[in-house]
Design a protein. Sequence first.
Length: 116
Amino acid sequence: VQLVESGGGLVQPGGSLRLSCAASGFTFERYAMRWYRQAPGKERELVATITSAGGSTNYADSVQGRFTISRDNAKNTVYLQMNSLKPEDTAVYYCYANRNGYGSYWGQGTQVTVSS
């Protein structure tokens, strides 16, 4: 089982990034997916969720209206489009797969730094 995030980097405030998380080794289309983030010295925070078929999404209040989670089950990939980035969005971003009764998996994380 693997979850491999990509797309992180350094961006100026107000900029955009799109994170990707490529999954393998499990039946991706049956798993709900989430993005979490963890800033230095802070607890890991849930950012966004999407159901297995992609029909429902939820967001943390801090990113509502700026971030969009989506998935392509044909490509076994989940995305996080991040717009209007702020310095407080700086964190390591992790993807997470979960299916009740079948287990859960974490990616290794990708660093996002928002700074001028």
